[in-house]
Design a binder for this molecule. Structure first.
Ligand code: NAP
Length: 317
């Protein structure tokens, strides 16, 4: 399969921007659909990338922009709901609209971003909405070659996970940590981007779903300790029990700047780790967090604000 052009939904975001860069490096034409052209401004310098303001929820609009492309990648996602039902709308309904539109436009290749450990019966609305989308996409009839990706938490420059911890650690004398024993297997953003790009034209990946994890698992407490070491800071870490973790999430949910929600708390009740190794089909070993974290956490005068920018949907500076 020859892939010369790709339409990218969610291309302005943390992962999408790296995929857009990787595709541009291969000389692939990329159409990035965004709600606000301004949020994808940083991609305009890439010679093969076009940024188009469009309503991704409108099937006819999607069909128009999909026409003439060889593949569609959907990365659209949110971590918290502004209004009740947003997870369903963004994670479950939108991918189905995308599939319908790409079939009408005659596109034969679709790559979809889900999340580990999404499932229809998962404890959080975030994971359930992603799990329902996976089932709906798997039931797609027709001749579309589909590949789905289920990463653990993703780290790298501009992430809103470790950068967020770094920002908080700077401002507090003691860390009161919800869900200290929650387990993660963080995966590097450029490894995720590479898996997407390598799979686009590789028939071995058609019809497959891949869990993507880094080489090592960590508890949340171990991640905070690693961030502290990277920052060269010591902070006492007080692990909260389940009740206090839930209460902290509830209080934060109503704070003007939401760092955590009860739905995030529920997501953390399930280990976000892989059963097996990084998928062999991609032919590379995933990057260790320790090899990269020092390059982007805590460096530069604007570092304290990176996580807040990421949470506000703005790009790293
Ligand atoms: N980051 C992680 O640790 C992680 C882990 C597992 C899975 N994932 C999944 O990976 C995908 C990308 O994550 P990310 O970290 O790159 O997220 P991100 O930086 O927040 O980017 C999300 C993208 O989704 C688009 N978007 C958000 N809400 C939208 C809406 N209502 N309508 C249309 N577009 C909307 C935004 O595009 P515009 O603002 O340009 O319209 C943005 O480019 C998501 O599906 C996420 O669930 C992420």
């Amino acid at each position: 399969m020859q892939v010369r052009s790709v339409c990218l939904l969610g291309g302005s975001g943390f992962v999408g921007s790296r995929i857009a860069h990787a595709l541009a490096q291969h000389g692939t034409q990329v159409r990035v659909l965004t709600r606000r052209r301004e949020s994808a401004r940083h991609l305009l310098v890439l010679p093969t990338v076009d940024v188009i303001q469009a309503n991704a929820f409108d099937a006819a609009t999607l069909e128009k922009h999909f026409r003439g492309t060889d593949a569609v990648i959907n990365l659209v996602g949110i971590l918290r709901e502004r209004r009740r039902g947003d997870f369903q709308r963004v994670h479950t309904q939108l991918p189905q609209t995308v599939v319908t539109a790409l079939q009408r436009a005659g596109v034969r290749r679709f790559l979809h971003m889900s999340a580990l450990p999404a499932a229809r019966d998962a404890p959080s609305a975030y994971l359930r909405s992603k799990g329902e989308a996976e089932i709906a996409i798997k039931n797609t009839r027709g001749e579309v070659a589909i590949t789905m990706f289920r990463p653990s938490v993703i780290f790298g420059p501009g992430d809103s996970f470790l950068n967020l911890f770094a920002s908080v650690i700077r401002f507090v004398p003691v860390v009161a940590l919800a869900c200290p024993n929650a387990r993660f297997q963080p995966v590097y953003v450029d490894d995720v981007a590479r898996a997407f790009v390598d799979s686009i034209a590789n028939p071995a990946t058609f019809g497959e779903t891949y869990n993507l994890c880094g080489p090592q698992t960590y508890t949340l407490r171990q991640l905070i300790e690693l961030v502290c070491r990277t920052l060269g800071t010591r902070r006492p870490i007080i692990g909260l029990n389940n009740t206090l973790s839930y209460l902290q999430a509830m209080v934060m949910e109503f704070a003007p700047f939401s760092l955590m929600t009860r739905d995030n708390y529920r997501s953390m009740q399930v280990p976000c780790v892989c059963d097996g190794a990084f998928p062999q089909v991609f032919g590379f070993a995933p990057t260790a967090l320790e090899n990269v974290i020092g390059d982007y956490i805590g460096s530069g005068p604007r570092a304290p604000y990176q996580a807040f920018r990421a949470r506000a949907g703005r790009n790293p500076i």
